[in-house]
Design a protein around this ligand. Sequence first.
Ligand SMILES: NC(=O)c1ccc[n+]([C@@H]2O[C@H](COP(=O)([O-])OP(=O)(O)OC[C@H]3O[C@@H](n4cnc5c(N)ncnc54)[C@H](O)[C@@H]3O)[C@@H](O)[C@H]2O)c1
Length: 454
Amino acid sequence: MSKNPLTRRQFIHLGTGAVAATTASKVILQPRLLSASPRPVAPSDTVRFASIGTGIRGCELLEATTHVPGIKCVAVCDLYDSRHTAAREAVGDPSVDVTREYRTILDRKDVDAVIIAVMDHQHRHIFEDACAAGKDVYCEKPMSHTVEDGFSMVETAHKYNRIIQIGSQRVSSVLYAKAKEIYDSGKLGEVYSINAYWDRNSPSGAWVYPIPPDASEKTIDWNTFLGNAPKRPFDPVRFFRWRCFTDYGEGLAGDLFVHLISGIHFITGTNAVAQRAQSSGGLFHFKDGRDYPDLIETLYDYPDFKVTLRCNLNNDGGEFIGFYGTEGTMIIQNTTLTYKPQNKRPEPEDYSIYGWPKELRDQYLKQWHAEHPETAPLAADVDGEGESYANPPGYSDTADHQANFFNAVRSRKPVTENEIFGNNAAIGCHLSNFAYFNRCVAVWDPVGRKIVKG
Ligand SMILES: NC(=O)c1ccc[n+]([C@@H]2O[C@H](COP(=O)([O-])OP(=O)(O)OC[C@H]3O[C@@H](n4cnc5c(N)ncnc54)[C@H](O)[C@@H]3O)[C@@H](O)[C@H]2O)c1
């Protein structure tokens, strides 16, 4: 997902010792020290983990874990045999144990934590089995496939008192931490309007992933993949492009809105579900048998502000979140952040008085200037470029997110993006889809813990 030309290894090399640097107008943020332990780790004190689901994201996560000190991957699990090899390559250990059966991993006493990166419809039962087996859990976003799944997962995590982190890695990003600092400082004034989008314009961006030539019922455990979803004959399109289908994924809302919602919740300090959502969109270009639209726009009502989100698979607009406040505007665009104050200097009215006769106009201006002998100097530079920040070269918020999780496994202190946070963000995705498919206002009923038609 990163368009940065540096590899993660180069970043680790550059990043850990780097000092914040300033270019002409942009501050390059300082990376965090990647550490899963506040102290040197004895071999006996290493956190041992296993990974369940080692497809695209599972392999990315495994590679990221290789940069986190004090942890060791002891086993990987996937339903598709070639992914055992891919996982071994990602973690850099050709001898790591591999299996198709995740329960054998949960039975192991030497596994402290699991990473769950399976299709969304499989999250709940693996998550709950892992909690019951006493494992801490890093579960990919969106946490739930349905509202009911999410609340059941929260209850199970609490019942077994597990450390949980959900996988919207923006929440651990240095850029988002800076954005939160600016938001919390009050420099934006009152923020009533937040507008975000994530647009892509390519077959890959629309999940039209190639089918590997060895894909077959021999190499893939198709029935276990289906799980509770309706039974069907083997179909590699459904297995590899599962995001397109309501049985397994949540379309653009579950894939991309969830990152935007998690980022907005983190920055604004919101840990609640929107009250209402209205959606519009359609399937315009990728008419390949998928269930989900390739354009969706959703308007969310929160008590203190309004949020509009869009994902468009027919234009490469990239990733954007704008916070529009009474005192300033803050924009996150891909890997940069800018803040610009608004001009709030008192000024005489210069528009509507042109409907007045000259004499009254002159009188008004004379009085205004008498009452405002000096225009107060501006605290901020409204005419300049504002403040600008960027990620360090080769920065990986995924590696920071992993480090946060493993730190919490050691410290037993909950992370920001815990099961409650993840559940709230996922419900935002379900609200969007409910409104889209039912062509109605989707209303969140917090007492009944369900979405109802408005
Ligand atoms: N945080 C992010 O930026 C990000 C990016 C991509 C994907 N994701 C999330 O990661 C998850 C996986 O996505 P992906 O792109 O890697 O999908 P994928 O299809 O590439 O991989 C999923 C893997 O899970 C395996 N699997 C499914 N059920 C299993 C089971 N019961 N036991 C063992 N293995 C099982 C499948 O065999 C498959 O190989 C999804 O929840 C997705 O939303 C997050």
